[in-house]
Design a protein around this ligand. Structure first.
Ligand SMILES: [Zn+2]
Length: 491
C-alpha cells in the first residue's frame, strides 16, 4: 500500500545524484576494480592468488580481523578469498559471490591492452570489467563501507571471491570451498553474477534476476584416419569428415520452447517492448511456435533463451603440411536448457553429425543444478529497490544461457540468485570477447544497487514500512537512501 503512495512521487525526481554513491565510495570501488582488472588472472595462464591477496590486504587495512579473512584454495596459484562481516546472528548468513579468474585475452585480439584498466568514452575497458571483476570489486568496496559506517546487519555477510569459474575444472573455488570449508560459506542463500540490467537503445528496460541457468556440456568430436602421403590423396580424409559434420551442425537448430521462468520473462518483456516484436513476445510466452521463431530471430540473446544451443569452439588436426591427417578434432560447446537431458543432446548431435567416423564423447564434467526457489524476500527486495532507483524499470526473473558457479551452490543446497544492477546493452554483451567493457555510470549505479540490496536483505524483517523523513516546504521524498538516514529502512 505504502509503495503505491510513495513511488509515483519518486518518479518526478532527478535520480542521478541518488543512484551514484558518494565520491569517496566511488573512488574506493574504482581503485579496487582497477587493481583487480590489472591482475592477469586468466583461467589457463593466470593465477587468482594475487587477487585474493590484494583484496585481503585491503580488508586488513580497513580493520577486518585476521580471523575473519581466509585465503586458500585447491593449489597455491588458485586461491580464493572468504571474508565474514559479523552481524547479530539473528538470521542465517547471506553469501555474496564473485569469481576472480577471467577468460584469456590476447593483446593482438584487442584494440586495447586487455590487462590495462582504461576509462574511455564513458566505459571502463579491460578483461573482467564485466565478467566478473565489477561485482567482486563492488562486494569488497561495499563491505568496507558497511564496516566504516558501523552498519549492524542481523546476519553475517560473507563475501567469497573464488577461482576458476571459467571452464570449471579441478581448481574451481566454489566446489573447493563446498568440499573443504563448507562452514565458512554456509548461507541461507547467495547472490552472484548471472543477472544484470538490460538496456536497448540506451534505455533501461529491465533489471534481471537469475533464478535458473542452462548447464554446459562440452563434446569432443574426433575423426581418426590412417593418413598417408599428401601427394596421394584419397576421399576418406579426417579433416573433410570433421568439416562436413561441423557444417551440418552449423545448419542445425534445437527446437524452440519455453519453460516456467522464460515464459515469465517473455511475458514481462512483452509489456515493456514496443514495436512489432511486442506482440510476438506475448505470443511466444503463450506458446506460439511462429512467434518464438520471430523472437529468436530478433536477438541472439532471445534465441539462446528459447533453445539449447551447441556451437563449435575449438578445432585441431593434422600433423604435417605434407601428410594426410590422422586426426581431426573439435570441441562443441552446448548450453542446455535444464529440461533437456544429456542423453537427448548427445543423441541429437549424433544424428545431426550423421557420420559414424566422427566419434562424439563428453569432455569434462557435466554439472546440473536445480533452479532456486522464487524466494519472495529476495525478489521483493530486488524489485522494490529497482523501482526506487530506476522508476518504472521492472524486475524480471530469468534463466540465463551461460553457466555460473551458482550451479554448484544450488546443488549444495544454497539457493543462488544472479543479480547485479549493472546495466548493459543487451545486444552488445562483450563477456569473453574482445574489448570487454562496462559503462562507467552502470558500474557506479550497480555499486549503489548492491549496497542497498544487501542492506535491505540484512536488516530486520520487522521494519516493513518506512516513515518518510520530514520534508522541506513543498518538497518530495527523494529516495530510499533518504529514508535510512532517518533510520527507517523503506525498501
Ligand atoms: Zn562470470
Amino acid at each position: 500500500m505504502l509503495r503505491l503512495v510513495v513511488l509515483p512521487l519518486l518518479v518526478a525526481v532527478s535520480l542521478s545524484a541518488q543512484t551514484m554513491p558518494p565520491d569517496s565510495e566511488r573512488q574506493l570501488a574504482r581503485d579496487i576494480y582497477k587493481e583487480l582488472v590489472e591482475i592477469k588472472s586468466g583461467y589457463t595462464t593466470g593465477a587468482t592468488t594475487p587477487v585474493a591477496e590484494a583484496v585481503a590486504a585491503r580488508l586488513r587495512a580497513a580493520g577486518f580481523p585476521e580471523n575473519d579473512i581466509f585465503v586458500g584454495g585447491a593449489i597455491p596459484t588458485k586461491a580464493n578469498l572468504v571474508v565474514r562481516f559479523h552481524g547479530s546472528g539473528r538470521r542465517k548468513p547471506i553469501l555474496l559471490l564473485a569469481h576472480t579468474d577471467v577468460v584469456e585475452a590476447k593483446r593482438e585480439d584487442w584494440s586495447l591492452d586487455p590487462f590495462q584498466f582504461v576509462e574511455r568514452d564513458g566505459y571502463f575497458y579491460g578483461r573482467g570489467t564485466a565478467d566478473d571483476k565489477a561485482q567482486a570489486a563492488v562486494w569488497i568496496a561495499n563491505l568496507i563501507r558497511y564496516k566504516r559506517e558501523g552498519f549492524k546487519p542481523d546476519r553475517d555477510i560473507i563475501v567469497a571471491l573464488t577461482a576458476d569459474e571459467e571452464g570449471g575444472g579441478p581448481y574451481n573455488g566454489v566446489q573447493w570451498l563446498i568440499r573443504n570449508k563448507r562452514e565458512s560459506i554456509d548461507a541461507e542463500f547467495a547472490l552472484n553474477e548471472g543477472g544484470w540490467g538490460e538496456m536497448a537503445g540506451g534505455k533501461k528496460i529491465s533489471n534481471d534476476i537469475q533464478v535458473s541457468e542452462k548447464y554446459v556440456i562440452n563434446f569432443r568430436l574426433e575423426v581418426r584416419n590412417k593418413g598417408g602421403h599428401s601427394s596421394l590423396p584419397v576421399a576418406d580424409n579426417a579433416i573433410y569428415h570433421l568439416a562436413a559434420a561441423l557444417d551440418r551442425l552449423s545448419k542445425f537448430n534445437f527446437p524452440l520452447k519455453t519453460n516456467e521462468v522464460t515464459r515469465a520473462y517473455f511475458e514481462a518483456m512483452s509489456k515493456i517492448e514496443t514495436g512489432p516484436v511486442k506482440d510476438d513476445l506475448a505470443a511466444a510466452a503463450a506458446g506460439s511456435a511462429e512467434a518464438m521463431r520471430k523472437v529468436a530471430q530478433a536477438s541472439t540473446a532471445w534465441n539462446a533463451t528459447l533453445r539449447t544451443t551447441c556451437v563449435a569452439t575449438q578445432i585441431e588436426g593434422g600433423h604435417a603440411r605434407n601428410a594426410l591427417p590422422q586426426l581431426a578434432a573439435a570441441n562443441v560447446n552446448c548450453r542446455v536448457l535444464s529440461e533437456d537431458s544429456v542423453d537427448y543432446v548427445q543423441g541429437t548431435l549424433q544424428r545431426v553429425l550423421a557420420d559414424d567416423q566422427v566419434s562424439l564423447t563428453i569432455a569434462g564434467e557435466v554439472g546440473k543444478g536445480p533452479a532456486s526457489p522464487m524466494r519472495e524476500d529476495v525478489l521483493r527486495a530486488v524489485s522494490r529497490l529497482t523501482d526506487t532507483l530506476w522508476p518504472g524499470v521492472p524486475t524480471v526473473p530469468i534463466m540465463v544461457m551461460g553457466a555460473t558457479d551458482g550451479l554448484y551452490l544450488r546443488a549444495a543446497g544454497i539457493p543462488t540468485y544472479g543479480v547485479q544492477g549493472f546495466f548493459m546493452d543487451r545486444d552488445d554483451i562483450r563477456f569473453h570477447g574482445r574489448d570487454e567493457r562496462m559503462g562507467v555510470t552502470s558500474f557506479f549505479e550497480g555499486q549503489t544497487f548492491l549496497y542497498e540490496l544487501v542492506k535491505a536483505l540484512s536488516v530486520g524483517q520487522t521494519i516493513v514500512l518506512c516513515r518518510l523523513p520530514a520534508l522541506p516546504e513543498g518538497g518530495r521524498p527523494r529516495s530510499a537512501m533518504v529514508c535510512h538516514q532517518s533510520e527507517q529502512y523503506c525498501l
